[in-house]
Design a binder for this molecule. Structure first.
Ligand code: CTP
Length: 401
């Protein structure tokens, strides 16, 4: 399944770099074309000549190469790749990639790459467990990168513990499994709603909520990275980035979100509604700015349409509808009721407690229930990891129904 895939293999300074030659060979045997980038310290562990001979491509190490000192276009390399695999990924390179410290060609290509990026860390056990390494790993995951976890065993230092780079065949298996997940979503059309809506009281004031849009944007990006055609209908959010391939429809009010979702839904295979739609809106929006006076003020509210409910009514046999539920009590019971009432295939239950702030936080804990009454629980994870779990459920469903 790696046949004709273009892979940039990044090699950094770690004793595990000797395994990169085997990895390059296995990738080529699987049908991939491999171009290697090495950091300066990687060359202490394995020679560029070995990798050049195996891949039959020049090995890149600096921003300039060749007798004329030609420039290596890191953007071109980043765009060329279908996947970038950094194996071994040293603590140093993990830190540079996580924090955008662009002091090597490898990091420049990483920052320019639009393809999925896989890190196979390798280091000593205490370096691996150090909070700064773990924080960098979490950061990389929140950017949608994939971490191929190191194994446990005897390390170069003689210590025993976690930190051994995964074996080349495990890395190849990981890439193949990822590829088949991508293949299953390729070309599928998915609608995602995200963020809050804002409901104007007058020209300067509105009712809204704390939704950051992170969950919906993570889902849209994950779907898009798997080759799905994604339409994201988003309320106003800040600091959320969406891949350029995603069709982004920006809205403000629940009414605008409703219209955009109803228009888009018939063309889709699935819809995932994560938006925190305001349940009510001011009955009459006042033109201009309401002047304060000393008496109290009452804003008359009326309900907004329930977008999820309406999509549930419009849904055909072939379409899959996924909603979210934020429940403070009787979680599964209320969520199951919502799933039935809104004619959903899945419901994602946000488990809300004092330690787990859903809005604005990057971490969340969810359970996913389906229309057969089956539930799966997941650990507390970043929203981009939860996006992977949700889409894995969708893929399984789309391919078994
Ligand atoms: N939703 C929607 N349109 C609305 C309200 C909610 O599409 N007007 C969607 C949300 O995007 C989410 C799901 O419905 O996927 C759950 O919303 P929630 O507000 O938790 O559920 P309600 O049905 O409003 O129930 P309750 O207020 O009783 O919690």
């Amino acid at each position: 399944m790696l046949f004709r895939k273009k892979i940039v293999l990044g090699i950094t300074g770690s004793i595990a770099a000797y395994k990169s030659a085997l990895l390059a060979r296995q990738l080529i045997k699987a049908g991939a074309e491999v171009r290697v980038i090495m950091t300066e310290s990687a060359k202490d562990f394995i020679t560029p000549l070995t990798l050049h001979t195996l891949t039959k491509n020049p090995v890149h190490n600096s921003f300039t190469v060749g007798q004329q000192g030609e420039w290596v276009n890191h953007v071109e390399l980043g765009l060329w790749a279908d996947a970038m695999v950094i194996a071994p990924a040293s603590a140093n390179t993990l830190g540079h990639c996580a924090n955008g410290i662009c002091e090597s060609l490898l990091v420049a290509v990483y920052l320019s790459a639009r393809c999925p990026v896989f890190f196979a860390p390798a280091m000593d056990v205490d370096m691996w467990h150090h909070p700064s390494t773990q924080r960098n790993i979490q950061l990389l995951k929140t950017y949608g990168n994939h971490i191929i976890s190191p194994g446990t065993g005897e390390l170069a230092s003689g210590l025993i513990g976690e930190g051994r780079m995964s074996e080349p065949d495990e890395i190849v298996d990981y890439l193949e499994a990822f590829n088949s997940r991508v293949r299953l979503m390729k070309g599928k059309k998915v609608l995602v709603s995200a963020g809050p809506t804002i409901e104007p009281i007058d020209d300067v004031r509105f009712i809204s909520n704390h939704s950051s849009g992170k969950m919906g944007y993570s889902i849209a990006n994950e779907l898009s990275s798997r080759g799905a055609e994604v339409t994201l209908v988003s309320g106003p959010v800040t600091n959320q980035k969406v891949r350029p391939e995603v069709k982004l429809i920006k809205v403000n009010t629940a009414e605008e979100m409703f219209k955009a979702c109803i228009d888009e839904f018939p063309q889709t295979d699935a819809a995932i509604l994560t938006a925190a739609v305001a349940d009510f809106k001011p009955k009459n929006k006042v033109e201009g700015k309401i002047k304060k006076n000393n008496s109290s003020m009452i804003v008359d509210l009326e309900p907004n349409a329930d977008i999820l409910l309406e999509l549930g009514k419009a849904k055909t046999e072939k379409q899959v509808l996924i909603g979210f539920a934020l429940e403070t009590s009787r979680g599964r019971e209320n969520a199951e009721d919502k799933l039935k009432r809104k004619n959903l295939d899945f419901i994602v239950l946000n488990l809300f407690d004092e330690t787990n702030q859903v809005f604005g936080s990057d971490l969340n804990r969810v359970e996913i229930g389906n229309s057969k009454g089956e539930w799966k629980s997941f650990n507390t994870k970043s929203k981009s990891e939860i996006a992977v779990d949700i889409i894995d459920e969708l893929v399984e469903y789309l391919n078994h129904e």
